[in-house]
Design a protein around this ligand. Structure first.
Ligand code: FAD
Ligand code: NAP
Length: 460
C-alpha cells in the first residue's frame, strides 16, 4: 500500500521549486489561527485545511451560544485566511477514516492536528443511561445544529432541571433553558430547538458544583449575564458561602470580583420573589446516582467537603451525608474530551489529548488547540496556542528537498472512494442558503443540519 502511494506521489513531482506543504486537520479556531500564522511566517508555504464536516469553524459554529453572535465575528478573520490563494479548505474529509495520517505523511511535509475535543467526560455513576439524563455537549449540539445531535431525544415537558457542573458550558445551557424565547428567536438557533424550547415547561434550574464558590469554574461575564435574566429569580444557598466573605480580601482580582458578584446576588436573592422561573446555584454537592425507573425523578448527591491547602486546588471529598434533588431532566456538563482519530497518533487516553510537548508530537507531526491542550480555554487562548505552534511548525520546516503531492494526493484517495470534497467556495454556497433561509424566518441564519443536504447545496 505504501509503495503504491509513493509511486503515485511521484506523478505529482514538479521540476520547479519545492513548496513546503502543511496539512491542518480540523477547521476550528486552532486550525484557522495556525494557518494564519503559517502564512505570516513563511512566504511560500501552502496550507490545506481538512475538515470532517462539509462546514467550517468547529465550535464557533457548533458550540458558541446562539445569543452570543458577537463572538462569531472571528469568522471574518477566518474568511481572510481561507481566501488566501495559498490555502485550500477540503471539507467533508474525515481524517482517520477517509484518509489516514500515514497517507497524509506521504503527501505533506508537516501535519498539524487541530481536531478539537468531540466527546464528553462521563460521571460513571448509576443511572447515567436513564432517559433524560443528557450530555450537555449533545444538548449544545442540538440547539446549534450539529448533524449527529439534531435528533437528540430530550423531554422539556418537565419543571425541574439539574445541570451538573459549573463551567461556562453549564452557564450557557442554563441560560438557554431559562431565557425567554423572544431573546432567542432572531438568532441562528435551529428552528426545531426554538420550537421545542417555546413549549418547554422548565421553571427551575439547579446548577450544581462539587466544590465551593471559591472554586467555581464559570467566569464573571458569563455569570453576570445569567444573573441579568429578567424572568428569573436567583436563589443561592447562604450556608454554601460560610467563611467566604472573610477570604475575599485575600483573593486575586478576577476571583475576588467573581466572588463579590456572587455575594451581592446572594444578598439580593433574599428579596427576590417576583419571577416565575428560578435559578438555583448549589455548591458542595457531588453526584452519586440518577434515580428513576422509566423516567428520571431525582439526582442523589453526596455533601462534599473541601480538602487541600491552596484554595484553588482544594478537591471535593464526599461525606456520608446525602441530598436528593428532584428533577425530570439532568444535563451533565463536566467537560469535553478529545479522541484518538487515528491509531498512529500518540494519544493519552487518561488526559484525553494528543501527547505533545509545546505542540510537537513527533517528527513532522504537531498539535494545537483543544486536541493538544485538552478541553479548556476560550477562543483567545486557543488562538495564542495555535500561533505558537504555527510558528514552531514554520521554524522546523526547513526548505524541503523533496516535492510532496499535497491536496492532489488527498483528492486522488477521496475520489477513489467516491467521497465528495467541499471547497471553501462550496461552503460559501451553503452559507448563502442558510442566511437566505434565516432571512425568511426573521433570523440571522437557519442552519442546514443534514450532511446530505449540505452536500447537495455544495454540489449545485
Ligand atoms: P474545535 O472548535 O472543536 O474545532 C475542531 C474541528 O476539528 C471541528 O471543526 C471538527 O469538526 C474538526 N474535526 C474533528 N475530528 C476531525 C477529523 N477526524 N477529521 C477532520 N476534522 C475533524 N470560547 C469563547 O471565547 N467564547 C465563547 O462564547 C465560547 N463558547 C463556547 C461554548 C461551548 C459549548 C464550548 C464547548 C466552547 C466554547 N468556547 C468559547 C471555547 C472555544 O469554542 C474553544 O476554545 C475553541 O473552539 C477550541 O478550538 P479548536 O479548534 O481546538 O476545536
Ligand atoms: P470546565 O470549565 O472545565 O467546567 C467543568 C465543570 O464540571 C467544573 O465545574 C468541574 O468541577 C465539573 N466537573 C468535572 N468533573 C466532575 C465530576 N466528576 N463531578 C462533578 N462535577 C465535575 O468545562 P466547560 O464548562 O466544558 O468549558 C470548557 C472551556 O470552554 C472552558 O475553558 C470555558 O471557559 C470555555 N467556554 C467559554 C465560554 C464563554 O467564554 N462564554 C462558553 C463556554 C465554554 P471542578 O472544578 O470541581 O473540577
Amino acid at each position: 500500500m505504501r509503495f503504491y502511494l509513493i509511486r503515485n506521489c511521484t506523478r505529482f513531482l514538479s521540476t520547479g521549486q519545492h513548496m513546503p506543504k502543511v496539512c491542518i486537520v480540523g477547521s476550528g479556531p486552532a486550525g484557522f489561527y495556525a494557518a494564519q500564522q503559517l502564512l505570516k511566517s513563511s512566504g511560500d508555504v501552502k496550507v490545506d485545511i481538512l475538515e470532517k464536516l462539509p462546514v467550517p469553524f468547529g465550535l464557533v459554529r457548533f458550540g458558541v451560544a446562539p445569543d452570543h453572535p458577537e463572538v462569531k465575528n472571528v469568522i471574518n478573520t477566518f474568511n481572510k485566511t481561507a481566501n488566501n490563494p495559498r490555502v485550500q479548505f477540503l471539507g467533508n474529509v474525515n481524517v482517520g477514516t477517509d484518509v489516514t495520517i500515514d497517507q497524509l505523511r506521504n503527501f505533506y511535509h508537516a501535519i498539524l492536528l487541530t481536531y478539537g475535543a468531540q466527546k464528553d467526560q462521563l460521571l460513571n455513576i448509576p443511572g447515567e443511561n436513564l432517559s433524560n439524563v443528557i450530555s450537555g455537549r449533545r444538548f449544545v449540539g442540538w440547539y446549534n445544529g450539529v448533524p449527529t445531535d439534531k435528533d437528540l431525544k430530550i423531554n422539556l415537558d418537565v419543571e425541574e432541571v439539574v445541570v451538573i457542573g459549573q463551567g461556562n458550558v453549564a452557564i450557557d445551557i442554563t441560560r438557554i433553558l431559562l431565557t425567554s424565547i423572544d431573546k432567542l428567536k432572531n438568532t441562528d438557533i435551529t428552528s426545531y430547538a426554538l420550537e421545542r424550547l417555546s413549549h418547554s415547561r422548565v421553571r427551575k434550574v439547579s446548577m450544581v458544583g462539587r466544590r465551593g464558590p471559591l472554586q467555581a469554574a464559570f467566569t464573571i461575564a458569563e455569570l453576570r449575564e445569567l444573573l441579568k435574566l429578567e424572568t428569573c429569580k436567583k436563589l443561592w444557598r447562604a450556608p454554601d458561602f460560610a467563611g467566604v466573605r472573610d477570604i475575599v480580601p485575600t483573593l486575586a482580582r478576577p476571583r475576588k470580583r467573581l466572588t463579590e458578584l456572587m455575594l451581592k446576588s446572594l444578598e439580593e436573592s433574599a428579596s427576590d420573589s417576583t419571577h416565575a422561573k428560578e435559578l438555583n446555584p448549589i455548591f458542595l454537592r457531588s453526584p452519586v446516582e440518577f434515580l428513576g425507573d422509566d423516567e428520571l425523578r431525582n439526582v442523589r448527591f453526596a455533601v462534599s467537603r473541601l480538602r487541600g491547602d491552596t484554595i484553588q486546588n482544594q478537591v471535593a471529598e464526599m461525606t456520608d451525608e446525602f441530598e436528593v434533588i428532584p428533577c425530570g431532566l439532568s444535563l451533565r456538563s463536566i467537560g469535553y474530551k478529545s479522541a484518538q482519530i487515528d491509531s498512529s497518533i500518540p494519544f493519552d487516553e487518561r488526559k484525553g489529548r494528543v501527547v505533545n510537548v509545546g505542540g510537537k508530537v513527533e517528527d513532522s507531526l504537531y498539535s494545537a488547540g483543544w486536541a493538544a491542550t485538552g478541553p479548556v480555554g476560550v477562543i483567545l487562548s486557543t488562538m495564542t496556542n495555535a500561533f505558537q505552534v504555527g510558528s514552531l511548525v514554520c521554524k522546523e520546516l526547513a526548505s524541503p528537498n523533496e516535492n510532496k503531492a499535497g491536496s492532489d494526493g488527498v483528492r486522488e484517495i477521496l475520489n477513489s472512494k467516491g467521497i465528495q470534497i467541499v471547497s471553501y467556495g462550496d461552503w460559501q454556497k451553503i452559507d448563502r442558503v442558510e442566511q437566505e433561509r434565516g432571512k425568511q424566518l426573521g433570523k440571522t441564519r437557519e442552519k442546514i443540519v443534514d450532511v446530505a443536504e449540505m452536500l447537495d447545496v455544495a454540489a449545485k
